[in-house]
Structures are given as C-alpha cells and as structure tokens.
Unconditional design. Structure first.
Length: 263
C-alpha cells in the first residue's frame, strides 16, 4: 500500500473510532485513556482495524473496557449490530518475552519467530486457536470471531459494553467450584488444553453461568510443563474458593482424576 493510501485508511479507521465517542464513554477525554489511545492505536494497528472495518468484521469501535499490561479490550459492534470484544495486543509491550514459555514447548507452535511484532501476532493467533478449540467442544468461552495481526475479535460477554463480573467481583457458591472443575477436566480430556492462567480473574459469572476466558497462555498437553500448569490452575482455584469459605477440594486427588487416562 502506498503511504498516501495508508494515510487515508488510517483517517477512516480513526473516524470509526472517534464516531463511537459520541455514543459512549470518551476514549480521548480521560487523560489515562489518552495514553492508552496513543499506545494502542499506532499505524499498523489502525491499518489492521481498517481492514476489519472494510471486510465486514467490525462496524465501529466503542470505548475501552479494560486496559492491561499486554493488551487492551474494547467494545465494538459488528455490521449486524452484535457486540464484540476486541482484544488489541500492545505491540509496545515487553511483557511477552517473559511469557515465551507458554509458546515454546507447545508442539503446535514449532519454529517460531520470537522477535517483536511476530511474537505478539503469534500470541493473538494462539489465543484465537485456543478459544476455537475450547468453543468447538462446547466449553463456555467467548466465541472467537476473527484474528488479524495483533487484533482478536470475539463475542462480547456482558451487556451494553459492561462485561459480566468475574468471580473475583461477585458471590460464588459450591456449585460454581464443581462446574469449573468439570470444565477444567473437559478442557484437558477433550481438547487437550490446560488454561495455564486460571484464576478468579479469568472466569465470568452471568447469573449461574460460568464463562472461562483469557486463553493466551493455554497450552497443549504435549507441552513439557503442562502438568505443572494444570496443578497451578487447580491450586489457584483451591486458594480462591477456600478464601471464600467454600469447602476445599483435594488438589492432588483432582489432579490425578483429570490426568488418569493419560497414556
Ligand atoms: N469477551 C469479552 N467480553 C467482555 N469483556 C471482556 C472480554 N474479554 C475480556 N474482557 C474484559 O477485559 C478484561 C481483561 O481481559 P483478559 O482477556 O483477561 O486480558 P488480560 O490478559 O489483560 O488479563 C476482563 O476482565 C473483562 O473485563
Ligand atoms: Mg486476564
């Protein structure tokens, strides 16, 4: 693309983002968001968003839902009027290098290019792939819709741009624990995945339904550390539910139960 066409594309993409400000919390007004705006909407990311506006994936982009160290989540709307969550991985984040262990060793990602942009794009693709796999066996996760470069689009889990509460933000009960342990078991046995970042912060609760999310770290069982990650996920759940006064489970026993059919 010539730079003149690039500039036009960027302008159009910005327009779609700016448009939404009228209808939503402003992205630019709040000063901390202005920093986010500058970090997130660099030229390559704007071009990626532009292609998504153009190919019918997105109609416009509303305000920010959450800003993290590695990514920011925005509320977007599709041409059909469906709400979507847009996870934009920060191309400036150095955090990814620390998390190389979740990619290296996973047989699905051999011969990877570990420098800068390519690594971040791989991270986005990996989360998309993990979500697709989990979704295909009916694990409740945000349905993945599209991924391009550092931008991942998925179903929005919430109402009017407000995400459902995570377990850390709401009441939990014993059936929730039973349900999560069942999901972890299904994930392992049917899709051969370990979430690897499971905690009260990465599970939504919508009345009685639980939805697992944030699958960037999830690894295939072939990963040499997959068992350690599974054990850590179980320990995290144990810690959280005990803290909330819900009868704890036997971590070791659960671990053996989940992995008993391994060959
Ligand atoms: N599909 C989604 N629908 C609605 N909100 C979401 C969705 N995915 C993420 N979020 C919001 O963004 C926050 C961070 O998302 P997460 O994927 O956990 O990113 P991080 O890697 O920064 O932890 C969530 O706690 C939630 O508020
Ligand atoms: Mg998270």
């Amino acid at each position: 693309m010539s730079s003149q066409i690039d500039n036009r594309a960027i302008k159009k993409a910005l327009h779609k983002i700016n448009n939404s400000e009228k209808a939503n919390r402003s992205l630019k007004k709040r000063s901390e968001d202005f920093q986010v705006f500058q970090d997130v909407f660099n030229k390559p990311t704007l071009l990626t968003l532009y292609s998504m506006f153009n190919n019918g994936t997105l109609s416009y982009l509303n305000g920010i839902v959450n800003s993290g160290k590695e990514s920011n989540i925005f509320w977007g709307v599709t041409p059909e009027g469906n709400d979507v969550a847009i996870k934009i991985y920060l191309t400036v984040a150095s955090e990814f290098r620390k998390r190389l262990q979740y990619i290296q060793g996973d047989n699905r990602f051999k011969n990877i290019n570990t420098n800068g942009h390519k690594l971040i794009e791989l991270w986005a693709r990996k989360e998309f792939k993990n979500l697709s796999k989990a979704h295909s066996i009916n694990i409740p996760v945000p349905k993945p819709i599209a991924v391009k470069q550092n931008v991942l689009v998925m179903e929005f889990q919430g109402i009017d741009g407000a995400p459902f509460p995570t377990l850390s933000e709401t009441e939990v009960s014993e059936p929730d624990l039973v349900e999560i342990l069942d999901l972890v078991t299904m994930l392992y046995q049917k899709s051969h995945l370990i979430h690897s970042d499971l905690s009260e912060y990465n599970v939504f609760k919508n009345s009685n339904d639980l939805i697992l999310f944030d699958f960037g770290s999830a690894v295939d069982v072939s990963h040499p550390m997959s068992k350690d990650f599974l054990l850590r996920d179980l320990k995290n759940l144990h810690r959280f539910f005990s803290k909330r006064g819900i009868p704890a489970f036997d971590v070791e026993k659960k671990f053996l139960e989940i992995t008993e059919n391994d060959i």
